[in-house]
Design a protein around this ligand. Structure first.
Ligand code: SAH
Ligand code: SF4
Ligand code: F3S
Length: 514
């Protein structure tokens, strides 16, 4: 590898840091299936070790160049397929993987039979998500039979679990590369290893995680962009796999976030969503005084016609400082996703959520007091182990009391290795389903009513593309994030327009561009 002395020094420094870090990880980090602390870890990681030195990224760029030279010798331009499951964090990660593949010279396809490289970016949040991925990956054996040179990669949250990696190793032998979310930045090196050593590569070491700046990116929209402000989670909600697969909480330096957003606004992006599993923890691990409310205020100073959204806010940390910043910053959407999970204080305690029903309701009251127009959404889990019908109905009554604009509802799914998976769970699936149906019925009525209240109003909406529907050819979003099926001209795409709302249903609004 041709290195300048400085780059060489950086690589040396990086290797030294990485090695010392590995030792520390081995001695302190709980394995996925071992006992884990049932309390929030107060563990600011050492920043000098968390933020990767520039040399580490330059080294990956060198692997990208090697891959580009290798692909350059192929008879035609190689095609890559990136298949993404899970949350927005995974979508954002896939855009980085696509950036690296593009820099290697790849074009993109959605057809596995056309692809030379396939990357499946997976989600482990519920059993169904995992089953789906195993189905998809199983089917890829046919593409490999047709093209033995095809390289199949599995990454994301599922890949970080030892049991999944073992199953892939033994039963899905057509998969060439497996790496977890913390190893994403090393994708060029790992892929290079597969091609040059002609061996299967598994990189799923249990890592606290690092921050890699300056990775390339392919953003799939010209209008909306995702910006991660932090990675990982320290909350260890008792049902949740995320802290085990995404490592410890780590915040990006505010300067780097501001720089990225400034660039996006200059490029004409109209809607930027800040991502983190719990954005309200932002800044706790930084060497300088900064929190999420402060970050919002800094971002808001960037001039331009754009909107900032963010997710997810943890209710235990959402406070008046955040609500005030939201209310006072014109660029920040008056939209809050505040997952309550349950309306029963007993269940919330068993979930290790860190707030009671009453405390949650008080936060909603405080937020609405400063933002009467707030669009509020939530996540709910029905059928947590030991939940009674009475407790599930407490959740229904909370939903009635809060009157959310929309809800994301899930039936509890045990995740091996999490504390809740060890609790007795005597209630049948059928009974849980009946509670779930009741919750849905109540929320659908409320969503319908809230949507109907918009009819007759004129709202400023962002047109984000065609809908494929002849009657309502455009799709748009209100500032609060509600979906609008719109009549209007295709040239409006990417622009803010005023829309008169003429109709509604449970899920969306209908309107005319003015
Ligand atoms: N960090 C976010 C949520 C991440 S996961 C937060 O704290 O709110 C998205 C949602 O999936 C969660 O809010 C929860 O409602 C749901 N979820 C997580 N683990 C689950 C499990 N084991 N079974 C069912 N739903 C689950
Ligand atoms: Fe973290 Fe959210 Fe999972 Fe809780 S539900 S552990 S806050 S990712
Ligand atoms: Fe799934 Fe991982 Fe997101 S488990 S929900 S893709 S953080």
């Amino acid at each position: 590898m041709a290195e300048t002395p400085l780059a060489f020094f950086s690589v040396y420094l990086y290797n030294a840091l990485w090695k010392s870090r590995e030792v520390r990880i081995k001695s302190t980090c709980a394995g996925i299936y071992s006992e884990v602390p049932y309390v929030q870890e107060e563990l600011p990681l050492d920043r000098t070790q968390v933020v990767l030195p520039a040399g580490a990224i330059r080294r990956q760029e060198e692997f990208t160049r090697r891959m580009a030279a290798f692909f350059d010798r192929a008879p035609r331009r190689p095609l890559a397929m990136v298949d993404t499951y899970g949350c927005q964090q995974n979508v954002a990660d896939s855009q980085r993987i696509m950036g690296m593949l593009r820099d290697m010279g790849c074009g993109f396809t959605q057809d596995p039979y056309q692809a030379d490289v396939i990357v499946v970016n997976t989600c482990a949040i519920r059993e169904n998500a995992e089953k789906k991925v195993f189905g998809v990956v199983g089917q890829l054996v046919h593409a490999k039979e047709r093209n033995p040179d095809l390289v199949i990669c599995l990454c994301g949250c599922m890949a970080q679990q030892e049991a999944v990696a073992a199953r892939i190793r033994h039963s899905y032998r057509h998969v060439d590369l497996v790496f977890g979310p913390q190893a994403l930045w090393r994708f060029p090196e790992l892929l290079c290893g597969v091609y040059t050593e002609k061996k299967r590569v598994f990189s799923i070491a249990d890592e606290h995680g690092s921050i890699a700046e300056g990775l390339p990116v392919v953003r799939e929209s010209d209008v909306r962009a995702w910006v991660s402000v932090m990675y990982g989670c320290n909350n260890f909600c008792s049902y949740c796999i995320v802290p085990y697969v995404r490592g410890r909480e780590r915040s990006r330096e505010p300067e780097r976030i501001l720089e990225e957003i400034r660039g996006l606004v200059e490029e004409g992006y109209k809607e930027i969503t800040l991502l983190g599993q719990n954005v309200n923890s932002y800044g706790r691990d930084l060497d300088k005084p900064m929190d999420f409310a402060g970050l919002l205020r800094e971002i808001d100073r960037i001039p331009g016609d754009y909107l900032i959204r963010f997710m997810t806010s943890h209710p235990k940390d959402a406070d008046e400082r955040l609500f005030a910043a939201m209310a006072e910053c014109p660029h920040v959407a008056k939209q809050l996703h505040l997952p309550v999970q349950s309306g029963s204080s007993r269940v919330l305690k068993a979930m290790n959520r860190g707030y009671t029903r009453e405390q949650y309701l008080e936060k909603v009251r405080l937020a609405r007091a400063v933002m009467p127009e707030l669009v509020l959404t939530s996540d709910i889990i029905i059928g947590f182990p030991g939940e009674t019908e009475e407790e599930a109905m407490e959740t229904v009554s909370l939903v009635e009391a809060v009157r959310y604009d929309a809800l994301f509802t899930f039936i509890y799914s045990p995740r091996p290795g999490t504390p809740a998976a060890r609790l007795p769970d005597p209630v049948s699936r059928e009974e849980k389903q009946s509670w779930f149906d009741k919750l849905l019925e109540v929320q659908n009525r409320i969503s319908g009513e809230r949507h109907r209240a918009y009819v007759g109003e004129t709202l400023r909406v962002l047109v984000d593309g065609g809908s494929g529907d002849g009657q309502w050819p455009l799709s748009a979003r209100t500032h609060g994030g509600r979906l609008v099926h719109l009549r209007g001209d295709g040239s409006l795409t990417g622009r803010y327009v005023n829309a008169r709302i003429t109709g509604s249903n449970t899920w969306a609004l209908f309107g005319e561009a003015l």
